[in-house]
Design a protein. Structure first.
Length: 378
């Protein structure tokens, strides 16, 4: 029932509204945003991503995954599902925070009053951040002094605070990394530039930290154990990340199935050609495989069983499969497929990032290989 409500909302409210918006936007006009938020609140669905212990609804991961597959079924859906009108979920890692930190950062984020960023990747590399992190934090009395920088950090220019991972010991691996909660108005915090990418909304940023003093009370978790916090939650986030890709693939395929039946070439509908039929068949297979893999990972997480390998598989299958689906649907639409009159060109650009963001495909394969061959594998 919830999934159907979300589906109806996306089709009746978001898709028609989107027709009048800039094709590259990731934001609604403020009055529309408020109107839709109120509608979502009336439906009792505001704050879907908030766990029950923080006042959110009691939804399991499988249901959340099915909902995420619906929310992305519109032009901006991959990176701005429903333009955020279902409320923010907060940075997953903050659920590990102590009570004072939750009061200062988590709860205001869940109420939609504050925004955070996740600062892990550095110019020295993002696939293996535990070894690549060069940003240093040195203890000085009650503070830590942080120097270094980050790259590809989404939304840091619009954020009130962020999680910054820095090296705090001589250990060159995951044992020497600490996670700090940093207010963006801290002296020494600089957004050096916006990094333009294939994404429509260009809000990846490069950050620089110059003698930035952060109180010891802002250490998230324990000193030198910050990487475990990042890692555990990254695995969990791969499930909704995969679901977003699947939703876009479902919508793209739906449009292609309709179009193939009405568009005629050489005196017959495209759908009568076997080469087109096979594209639609391959779409169906890619979508089904991704759905099964993602729901399997979600189900294991609900059962409290290990799901790291399954989440990596889901991310790999969904991001690669959905990329193929969008590409085929664009081909079926011919010239129209590459215009901004249709959503394919935006999905095509943004879907390319999904094979790199949240761990590139090769890193997912590395995680799966480690699971098969044992953690001694480097
Ligand atoms: C638009 C965008 C938004 C992002 N947002 C954030 C954010 O908010 N916060 C954040 O911390 N990071 C963010 N990232 C960073 C992202 O997570 C990294 O780009 C990603 O982890 C890869 O790191 P890298 O770019 O340094 O590539 P590298 O680590 O240099 O790897 C380069 C390539 O080598 C390949 N490779 C890597 N390891 C292996 C291996 N073991 N075997 C074979 N091949 C391998 C992969 O193809 C990889 O793409 C974002 C990136 C983009 C593009």
């Amino acid at each position: 029932m919830i999934v159907q409500m979300v589906r109806r909302f996306v089709r009746e409210e978001i898709v028609p509204l989107e027709l009048s918006l800039d094709p590259d936007t990731d934001q609604l006009p403020p009055d529309e945003s408020e109107r839709l938020k109120d509608m979502v609140k009336d439906m009792g669905l505001y704050g879907l991503g908030i766990p029950p212990e923080y006042g959110g609804p009691e939804l399991d991961m499988v249901t959340m995954t099915l909902i995420a597959m619906e929310m992305s079924q519109h032009r901006a859906g991959l990176y701005a599902p429903c333009y955020g009108v279902f409320g923010g979920a907060g940075l997953a890692q903050l659920f590990e925070a102590n009570e004072a930190q939750k009061e200062a950062y988590l709860y205001p984020t869940l109420r939609g009053e504050k925004r955070g960023f996740f600062g892990l990747t550095e110019p020295s590399g993002g696939s293996d951040p535990a070894r690549a992190i060069q940003t240093k934090a040195v203890r000085d009395g009650d503070d830590w002094v942080i120097n270094g920088g980050k790259i590809f950090i989404s939304g840091a220019d619009r954020a009130d605070y962020g999680l910054v991972f820095a090296r705090t010991s001589a250990d060159k691996g995951r044992g020497g990394v600490t996670c700090f909660i940093v207010d963006t108005n801290t002296p020494g915090f600089h957004v050096r530039r916006v990094v333009h990418t294939l994404r429509s909304a260009h809000y990846a940023t490069e950050l620089q930290f110059e003698d930035m003093r952060v109180p010891h009370g802002n250490v998230l978790g324990e000193v030198n154990k910050g990487f475990a916090i990042a890692n555990d939650r990254l695995s969990r986030q791969r499930i909704p990340y995969s679901a977003g890709c699947i939703g876009v693939a479902i919508k793209a395929n739906e449009l292609a199935v309709e179009y193939a039946q009405v568009r005629e070439t050489f005196g017959a509908p495209l759908a009568s050609r076997q080469s087109i039929q096979w594209m639609l068949v391959d779409n169906e297979i890619d979508i089904q495989q991704a759905r099964w893999a993602t729901l399997e990972a979600a189900n294991l997480s609900d059962l409290g069983e290990p799901f790291r390998k399954q989440a990596a598989m889901a991310k790999l299958i969904a991001s690669e499969g959905a990329s193929r689906v969008v590409d085929r649907c664009m081909q079926i639409h011919g010239g129209y497929g590459v215009t901004k009159d249709f959503p394919f060109e935006r999905w095509y650009r943004e879907m390319r990032i999904r094979r790199i963001g949240e761990g590139p495909s090769e890193v997912q394969r590395h995680i799966i290989a480690r699971d098969i061959l044992g953690s001694s594998l480097r």
